[in-house]
Design a protein around this ligand. Structure first.
Ligand SMILES: Cc1ncc(COP(=O)(O)O)c(C=O)c1O
Length: 375
């Protein structure tokens, strides 16, 4: 069996042709494909506005610039990629790490406790972890009751739906962000986007994406004004062409991911390998996470990773608690009481999950995992 990574892009000839077409055109960047990609994202998610950017981290940075001010306290999850809370630090705001639920998502009940006890908390940054959407009704209630800003980090959850509400639609949030890294649902190589329903935020984001520059029809032909400190977070046109082409396959990609999730779930029935949540058709399954109580087995998690690697299967761990990272410790984090996150970190790991994962590979992964764990 060839090496099976935990995640991988699926690119076909149509994708390649769409990129070549742009390479042969007049615009490699800041051309018509950017707008078309943004419109595609709006049509799919239901959000009114979209700003496509260089990557998901840039999307988080720009969203944080328009949502937060220095010193703001922001509730967020320790169970995410570093970029989610880093973006809060980028703008001088202060993340507060809230424990997670059994399904790996931030615990919104605990968030409410924080909000009740501290009316200086300004925002909540939630992640629809692994593609499993946060409860939109709860997000709505928190937003309205406590008058906080909400950002949905949808890097894992393109295509996830909760009660008819698409991740990224911003129905109950101020901004959402997406990532198009190759392991995500669709890819542009590197790429990201911010969606919002606020025209005011949209206009600010457009300016910040391009150096804080403004050019109006009244200005002289050569003139532009820099009105704030912005960045070059532009995404190239050929990347957007790839994204547009990939979007056509998204429904199939999600169906395939859900099929794989079902196969894994059935393969681990009546074993000590517990899927993070039972099959959930609302989840777009960016990740397939399982939990194992290693204290009851004769193998450690490290040994499992090594033996699975020897069997050519790449496991991953999503995630090391962000608040326990050395840099965060220098800022005074790391001692929060997060018992659910701690036991999740001890027990969890992610199995390969990508649309091109073949049936025989899925069967091999299940067989090897059961064999190596000796269960
Ligand atoms: C939850 C989450 N947010 C943000 C990001 C950042 O996205 P990017 O890698 O495109 O910068 C990632 C990337 O893995 C992620 O998983």
């Amino acid at each position: 069996m060839n090496f099976i990574p935990y995640g991988k892009q699926t690119i076909d000839n149509e994708d390649i042709a769409s990129v070549i077409e742009v390479l042969q055109s007049d615009f490699l960047t800041t051309g018509p494909k950017v707008k078309e990609f943004e419109e595609t994202i709006c049509n799919y998610t239901g959000a009114t506005y979209c700003v496509a950017v260089a990557n998901g981290t840039a999307a988080l940075h720009l969203a944080s610039l328009v949502l937060l001010t220095k010193g703001d306290k922001v509730l967020t999850t320790p169970n995410s990629f570093l970029a989610t809370s880093n973006s809060i630090l980028y703008v001088g705001a202060k993340p507060i790490f809230v424990d997670i639920c059994e399904d790996g998502n931030i615990n919104l009940e605990l968030c409410e406790e924080y909000l009740k006890n501290d009316n200086s908390i300004k925002a909540l940054y939630g992640v629809h972890f692994s593609g499993n959407p946060l409860n939109q009704t709860k997000l709505k209630n928190l937003r309205e009751t406590y008058n906080i800003k909400i950002l949905e980090d949808c890097a894992h959850s393109l295509g996830a739906i909760f009660d008819g509400i698409h991740a990224g639609s911003c129905q109950n949030s101020d901004c959402s962000i997406l990532s198009f890294h190759p392991v995500k649902h669709i890819t542009t190589g590197e790429g990201g986007a911010i969606t919002t329903n606020s025209q005011e935020l949209y206009e600010k984001l457009l300016i910040l994406r391009a150096h804080g520059m403004v050019k109006t029809p009244e200005m002289k032909p050569w003139e532009y004004e820099m009105r704030e400190l912005g960045f070059n977070y532009r995404i190239p046109d050929f990347a957007c062409a790839l994204g547009i082409s990939q979007f056509k396959k998204l429904p199939n990609f999600i169906a395939k991911r859900q099929e794989i999730a079902k196969t894994y779930g059935e393969g681990f029935l009546h074993t000590p390998i517990k899927p993070l949540y039972s099959f959930n058709e609302n989840s777009s399954y960016h990740l397939y996470v399982v939990r194992v109580d290693f204290s009851k087995l004769c193998i450690t998690k490290e040994e499992l990773f090594i033996k699975m690697r020897e069997a050519n299967i790449g496991l991953q761990l999503h995630y090391i608690p962000i608040n326990k990272q050395p840099y965060y410790k220098t800022l005074g984090y790391g001692d929060e009481s997060t018992p659910a996150m701690d036991s999740y970190y001890d027990e969890s790991f992610s199995l390969p999950m990508f649309p091109a994962l073949r049936d025989d590979e899925q069967a091999y992964i299940i067989k090897k995992l059961l064999e190596i764990l000796d269960v």
